[in-house]
Write a protein that binds this ligand. Structure first.
Ligand SMILES: [Zn+2]
Length: 541
């Protein structure tokens, strides 16, 4: 028998009535290639490229080394054959090898050179990360290195000189003795050893910082929705917002489509994510796209995906967001902005529950919950004929209206404080609070940009503040000069009150200089003194 005669059907054996599969007498496991691809993706995302590459390279090395051990023991005659290694590689389903050439490895030519087709690794890497800038077949070169090192009893390393993961038609590999590689590939060889630990640690530290930041952000998002009264710093206290969140929680349990409406900056995407997180689909992806930011063509290819060659620049098959959201939730933000043509296409997807990638003829089933968000009044858009009624009814089984910030005054300061502690959390500067005058300004402003504007204002103030509290001077001009407009804020203040806060802020502006203040206000200095004394008495009385 020759190595090439080894047959998968004979080597693979399932122990009767058990969940144990053996390959050449050793227990093996069958994994879906995509699941392995996802594991790889997660390793890269969590640990960084270097650490993931090192781990997978050494994993492949161990696999190749073990396979050689088994061959040596069970098929010593076949083990001598040079084709046994590549053939076993193929039998494991990892790759299709061909055109292997060999030398004694002592000259300039490599010990082994060959071509690989169908690398599962290149395939998965491209699926999850697109075309790579460096070789991607880490477990495969690891396997070859482990196997051949075991077989020759010397350190042999394989590297790729071309890789499908980088867009090449095939992967090309070379295996050389350690000393024949020279120093130019030192970095690539480092993945075979644990010594690259310094690079790995540095990368890992950066990654961890990123994760920490994300977690922090996530926590603050949660605190904004946290209604547990035991927690003192839940940021939403207004009745309007509590009611909204309560409704969102109930909506989350259904699978209905929801339109989230509200002014710009009220946090529509946040609440969409909240609905997703509270829903039975929470373990699946949450995918959001801003429909208003893209041209019709771009939006279509983003949503539907496309086949390689479907249009100029479509260099590979690409899945769209409808597919990416599979099992999970898709948020179409600024849905009111999409064109009539696009409305028809989206309607069709919602009706048929299947999509066709651009440039493909086959359809693919999709399963996602659809949420949409808009700052327009969609029913008005329907009335004037800008938005299709049938699509409107599909999208808006339930409508969730987010109140603007000015209608929930009780939330302004708690939110501002939460944002303040987030913005100063990591720096050395300790800005702990707002002066009463600054807090007053925050409350009097009508917040046309809502929570997002509040966030910007606080971050701006943190950057400017010199003391340990944010004061009037640290706030942007538009807040300092805003005169509360009752038509907008709904709040009416007495003239005395308005006058008092105005006079005090001018005095503040003039650094306490009463003469200049009186001049600026065009009142007599005596009048100013009288008023200030009055305020003084109020405070003490
Ligand atoms: Zn490759």
């Amino acid at each position: 028998m020759q190595a090439l005669d080894l047959d998968l059907n004979e080597l693979l054996y399932r122990l009767p009535n058990s969940g144990i599969i053996q390959f050449m007498g050793q227990r093996v496991l069958l994994f879906d290639a995509l699941a392995l691809g996802l594991l790889r993706e997660e390793m890269i995302e969590t640990l960084g490229l270097s650490a993931a590459r090192g781990i997978l390279t050494r994993f492949g090395y161990a696999h190749g080394w073990r396979t050689a051990e088994i061959m040596r023991r069970d098929h010593p005659d076949l083990f001598k054959e040079s084709w046994a290694g590549p053939h076993l590689h193929a039998l494991h389903g990892l790759v299709t090898p061909e055109q292997t050439t060999r030398t004694d490895g002592e000259g300039a030519e490599p010990l082994v050179a060959g071509v690989w087709h169908d690398s599962y690794e290149a395939e998965q890497h491209r699926l999850h990360f697109g075309v790579a800038g460096e070789p991607t077949c880490w477990t495969l070169t690891g396997f070859a290195s482990g196997y051949v090192s075991n077989r020759t009893g010397r350190e042999v390393y394989f590297l790729e000189t071309a890789c499908c993961g980088m867009g090449a038609p095939v992967c090309k590999i070379e295996g050389r003795f350690r000393e024949k590689w020279g120093t130019s590939v030192e970095e690539q060889l480092s993945y075979y050893h644990m010594e690259s630990v310094d690079t790995v640690l540095a990368e890992l530290t950066t990654k961890l910082k990123g994760v920490e930041k994300k977690l922090k952000k996530r926590q603050s998002q949660l605190s904004c929705f946290d209604l547990d009264d035991e927690l003192p710093c839940g940021s939403c206290r207004s009745a309007a917002m509590k009611e909204t969140i309560d409704m969102a929680k109930r909506i989350a349990k259904t699978d209905s489509s929801v339109v989230i409406s509200g002014e710009t900056g009220v946090g529509k995407e946040r609440i969409a994510r909240f609905i997703h997180d509270e829903s039975p689909r929470s373990s699946k992806p949450f995918v959001a796209i801003n429909c208003g930011a893209l041209t019709e063509t771009l939006l279509e290819s983003e949503l539907f995906g496309y086949a390689k060659g479907a249009f100029t620049g479509a260099i590979r098959d690409t899945i769209g967001l409808f597919e990416a959201a599979n099992g999970g939730t898709l948020l179409l933000d600024e849905i009111g902005e999409i064109s009539p043509g696009m409305q028809v296409k989206i309607l069709r997807v919602l009706q048929e529950r299947e999509i066709r990638r651009i440039g493909e003829s086959r359809t693919r089933p999709v399963d996602f919950r659809i949420l949409s968000a808009t700052n327009r009044n969609l029913s008005e858009e329907v009335e004037v004929g800008r938005f299709r009624q049938d699509l409107y009814y599909r999208l808006r089984v339930i409508e969730l209206k987010l109140p603007p910030l000015r209608e929930r005054e009780d939330d302004i300061l708690p939110l501002a404080r939460t944002i303040l502690s987030e913005s100063t959390g990591q720096g050395e500067r300790k800005i702990t609070s707002f002066t009463p005058q600054a807090a007053e300004l925050l409350l009097n402003y009508h917040w046309p940009g809502n929570v997002r504007e509040l966030q910007n204002v606080v971050e701006y103030a943190v950057a400017l503040a010199t003391g340990d509290r944010i004061d009037i001077d640290d706030l942007p001009e538009e807040l300092r000069t805003a005169i509360p407009n009752p038509a907008i804020t709904g709040k009416i203040r007495s003239l005395d009150e308005v006058e008092k806060s105005y006079i005090l802020s001018v005095l503040e502006r003039m650094a306490g200089n009463k003469t200049k203040t009186a001049e600026a206000l065009n009142i007599g200095i005596a009048t100013l003194y009288r008023k200030l004394n009055g305020y003084e008495k109020q405070r003490n009385g």
